[in-house]
Write a protein of this length. Structure first.
Length: 558
């Protein structure tokens, strides 16, 4: 144990991470709170220091090594059975290794001497050796231990059923099916968009992507994995005997009276097949443009673009940035009985009324490019191409736009201006880009602050410094404390941040003359309504919709 007592404030001042004035302010706040909060918590909350900076300083001063708990080989079964969770939580510590001499413990608060000494006396016959770890990593471990306790009963039922070779009463649902229902229902109630079932060396981990971020929901023993994977594959009409190649399937499930569609994907890994179920909520596709999160100026610009008579409109961004939702919302806005809309998608995720949808199938030669060429003989007004991946598809889109059709598609670029050099790299002549492209939207999804636990906060000063030119004086910042409604994340639901580049006559001329991206951005920022995505994100921070940390998670400074 640590014998030498050192004051945290002195360490941080010595490391030049905080000033004497900042320390005095934090001590004053601590006194006002009647010492119910630790000094480190207050310094982080006030934005004077980040947790990583604090741990780095402690590591240097106390000569305690830092450990990445994700890389540690933790025996969770032993953790559950051997160590009382209340004592570990009081010390904010995770035992991660044991040898003949020491019990090795990771904590984010090495100055919590009393709790650590109590832990040493209570759970170990050996002295403990302390390592530093991030608080969020420790919380994840505690969460996993609680999950293991909660799911133990149903897992035992599955194991019992496997031993009796699935013998059950007539009309009774199998334990494996009960487990699948539990996984799906739990994920949907938490608003998950994807469910990941991943075998590891010793266990099966079930994670759900909620508001764009993966969260661990369940951890099961490896012996139930085969039964679980086979039953899910049967739901998706996949070949349960084939485990060497990826497979794709689809199924529907009713949860609390509402029908959900699931797109199932399997991929072989060294420990078994990784299964991912994409949750397709039929109601989400009916979003209106006003509900996506466009700021007023960008919304008006986008509505004007989608009502153009012809040309290409591109939506850009990484996978999972809401491009398909934006495209469907645009089609919902402009489709009607007087125009014909045709789409080529891979896969068709949602069925749209008044829209002719085609599922591309490269195995039989039905590519995006061939689908678009066939569309032109069907007299469409509007064409949607799921994704432009190659020159053939890009050229077909350009030809369709030049012959009087409005074409929507997606492209993988980091920002809106980047779409133009990307199209050139793919082989389309600059003059064809200039003549066919009318606008590019780049977007990302950011998590919204949970309305149930929203509170005023002070972000790290370093973050505020980065964006102070965009932030009015006396701006109040908000964040979520974490509550049962948001699963203690502080965030609930997502909204879009975006940037829109409209191709005017001057930009078209620059593109035809092969202008580079820097020249395009300089012109767009000075002469048109284009503003980088970061500005849109900061606007939502100022309005109290999201946080600076969340904006910087998905967007970067120009």
């Amino acid at each position: 144990m640590i014998a030498k007592k050192i004051r945290l404030g002195d360490i941080l001042i010595e490391e030049k991470l905080i000033t004497q004035e900042q320390l005095e302010r934090a001590l004053k706040i601590q006194k006002e709170l009647n010492y119910t909060k630790k000094l480190g918590e207050i310094l982080i909350e006030e934005g004077f220091v980040t947790q990583k900076e604090l741990l780095k300083a402690l590591s240097k001063q106390l000569k305690i090594d830092f450990i990445d708990l994700y890389g540690a080989d933790i025996d969770f079964d032993k953790l559950v059975k051997k160590y009382p969770l209340n004592i570990l939580k009081a010390a904010n510590a995770i035992p991660f290794k044991e040898d003949e001499d020491f019990l090795y413990v990771a904590t984010s608060d090495p100055l919590n001497y009393e709790a650590l000494e109590h832990l040493e006396r209570t759970i170990s016959l050996k002295p403990i050796k302390i390592y530093l770890a991030l608080q969020e990593d420790i919380e994840v471990i505690f969460h996993r231990v609680e999950i293991l306790k909660q799911t133990k009963e149903i897992v035992e039922e599955v194991k019992k059923e496997l031993k009796t070779e699935g013998v059950k009463k007539e009309g009774e649902e199998s334990a494996v099916m009960k487990l699948i229902v539990l996984i799906i229902k739990d994920s949907i109630l938490k608003r998950a968009s994807d469910i990941h079932i991943e075998p590891d060396e010793k266990e099966v981990i079930v994670r759900a992507r909620i508001d764009g971020v993966l969260h661990e929901n369940f951890v099961f023993d490896l012996e139930i994995y085969n039964a679980l994977a086979s039953r899910i594959k049967l739901l998706g009409n996949l070949d349960i005997s084939e485990k060497r190649v990826p497979q794709d399937g689809r199924f529907s499930f009713t949860i609390e009276g509402k029908i959900y569609d699931f797109r199932l994907s399997t991929t072989p890994t060294i420990y078994g097949e990784s299964l991912v179920m994409r949750v397709l909520d039929r109601e989400k596709v009916l979003l209106k443009l006003e509900e996506l999160g466009f700021e007023e100026e960008n919304l008006n610009t986008f509505i004007e673009l989608i009502h153009s008579p012809h040309g290409i409109i591109l939506i850009t961004g990484p996978t999972g940035s809401g491009k398909t939702t934006t495209l469907y919302a645009a089609l919902n806005e402009i489709k009607n009985i007087t125009n014909k809309v045709m789409t080529a998608e891979d896969p068709v995720e949602y069925r749209l009324p008044l829209v002719q949808q085609i599922q591309v199938n490269e195995k039989i030669g039905l590519t995006f490019a061939k689908a678009v060429k066939s569309f032109l003989r069907q007299d469409p007004d509007i064409i949607l191409i799921g994704e432009i991946r190659d020159f053939e598809t890009l050229n077909a889109a350009a030809q369709a736009a030049l012959t009087g059709h409005l074409v929507f598609s997606t492209l993988h670029t980091n920002d809106a201006p980047g779409a133009i050099p990307r199209m050139v790299q793919m082989g389309l002549k600059p003059y064809l880009i200039a003549d066919s492209l009318i606008g590019v939207v780049a977007q990302r999804l950011v998590r919204k602050i949970c309305p149930y636990c929203k509170t005023e906060i002070k972000p790290p000063l370093k973050l505020i410094e980065k964006v102070k030119k965009y932030i009015p004086q006396n701006t109040k910042f908000y964040g979520g404390k974490g509550c049962s409604k948001c699963d203690f994340t502080g965030y609930f639901d997502r909204t879009m941040i975006s940037e829109i580049l409209v191709i005017d006559d001057m930009l078209a001329k620059m593109i035809s003359e092969n202008a580079n991206k820097v020249e395009i951005v300089e012109y767009a920022e000075k002469k048109s309504s284009y503003q980088p995505m970061l500005v849109d994100g900061i606007s939502k921070v100022v309005k109290g919709i999201t946080t600076l940390e969340e904006v910087f998670r998905v967007a970067k400074e120009k």
